[in-house]
Design a protein around this ligand. Structure first.
Ligand code: NAD
Length: 368
């Protein structure tokens, strides 16, 4: 059988720097765990525009559709700020998400023990936290029609439309239940069924999919505003939260920042299963290209490395190896290693991007 395939798109700014550390981890898995990937690399974002005049070449798009998973660094930078909207670096990323139909956006909020003091919440509220927010990514109020700013008599009116079809809700609900089965077996669905018809339909469809296909998973429903309060009060009550595009945008940022720095946050965007059963998938850190520190060796590679851990778990069914990688990150942090973004305590010298990557590979080695 051929090796699983991985398309790597390092992108711009710190993207290539953090991706170089992921390559060390991928090589380690190939050498030491027999997990070999057919890795190819290509351009996305500003660097693709520089070479091809477009932030995502059609050939790269075609490759992304064929591989088992795509791993992306980050795109953008001041050099491209004045480009036409249609060729801005971010358009490359949006095209990938749209054409791969990545409707299920997974944003974990996971607190590594060594960083529990980093949160703005009390340590006992966040220590050991491990929850997953699933945000519907391709529909809802950001896409619904009609939209625009119209003239109504003497004043302007801004319009956006929250619109969800049954099948759009059903597929993201399935994705949440499937994920919960690999985790704590609990899903909380959040909407505003008290004031929005789309919320009533959301609640009904999630419940129907649960009852018909996933009765073994524990399901609860919560209004999204109450959910925001509960997330800051006692986030450990949750396992998987599934919600729409708008509420997910807010709740996933809120939940992610419970646990500290942008340099630590991975994400996955999943689509429908391909012929081999694996979902279409794009893994990327939440952060951008950080032009302010690009080229200085200060970037934290952990968000990108943890994005690869998500790929191991959700694309390649290697949950135990994903655990191993997350534990290696935890071990390195527990030893006190910190990139500059994680400095809190006085007198701690930061390590470079490469030193952090090397230390994680050593911790992987020590896990054997
Ligand atoms: P950013 O995430 O790039 O940076 C915000 C701040 O966090 C900066 O101070 C940066 O130095 C720091 N930071 C980010 N990642 C870090 C890491 N791994 N290690 C240490 N520090 C880190 O957001 P921004 O400054 O608003 O945007 C910069 C560029 O990135 C823009 O062109 C923007 O459009 C683009 N962007 C791209 C993505 C993406 O590719 N998914 C996401 C957000 C922003």
């Amino acid at each position: 059988m051929s090796n699983p395939s991985l398309l790597i798109l390092p992108g711009d700014g710190i993207g290539p720097e953090v991706m170089a550390e992921v390559r060390k981890v991928i090589d380690w898995y190939g050498d030491k765990r027999g997990l070999k990937f057919d890795v190819s690399e290509d351009l996305v974002g500003g660097c693709a525009y520089d070479k091809h005049g477009t932030p995502l070449h059609d050939d790269t798009m075609a490759k992304a559709q064929e591989v088992d998973a795509v791993l992306l660094g980050a795109v953008g930078g001041p050099k491209y700020d004045n480009l036409d909207f249609s060729v801005k670096p971010e358009r490359g990323l949006l095209r990938l998400r749209k054409e791969m139909d990545l409707f299920s956006n997974l944003r974990p909020a996971q607190c590594f023990d060594a960083l529990a003091d980093f949160s703005s919440l009390k340590k006992d509220v966040v220590a050991g936290l491990d929850i997953m927010i699933i945000r519907e990514l391709t529909s809802g109020v950001y896409f619904g029609e009609p939209r625009g700013i119209i003239k109504d008599g003497n004043e302007r009116v801004g319009i956006n439309t929250q619109r969800y079809t049954e099948s759009e809700i059903a597929r993201v609900a399935r994705s949440a239940f499937e994920l919960a089965k690999k985790r704590g077996n609990k899903v909380c669905s959040m909407e505003k069924a008290n004031v929005m018809e789309s919320g009533i339909l959301w609640r009904d469809v999630v419940q129907e999919i649960h009852d018909a296909e996933y009765p073994e998973v524990e399901l609860s429903h919560m209004y999204a505003d109450a959910g925001a309060m509960q997330l800051t009060r006692w986030p450990k009550q949750f396992d998987v939260i599934v919600t729409d595009n708008l509420f997910g945008d807010l709740l996933s940022d809120l939940a992610a920042m419970l646990t500290g720095s942008l340099g630590m946050l991975p994400s996955a965007s999943l689509g429908l299963p391909m012929a081999n059963g694996r979902p279409k998938a794009l893994y990327e850190p939440v952060h951008g290209s950080a032009p302010d520190i690009a080229g200085t060796g200060k970037a934290n590679p952990i968000a990108c490395i943890l994005s690869f851990a998500m790929a191991l778990r959700y694309s390649f069914d290697e949950g135990a190896e994903a655990d191993r990688l997350e534990q290696a990150v935890n071990a390195v942090l527990a030893k006190g290693l910190r990139t500059a973004d994680l400095l809190g305590e006085e007198g701690v010298q930061p390590v470079s991007t490469a030193e952090m990557g090397d230390a994680i590979v050593v911790a992987l080695e020590e896990s054997l």
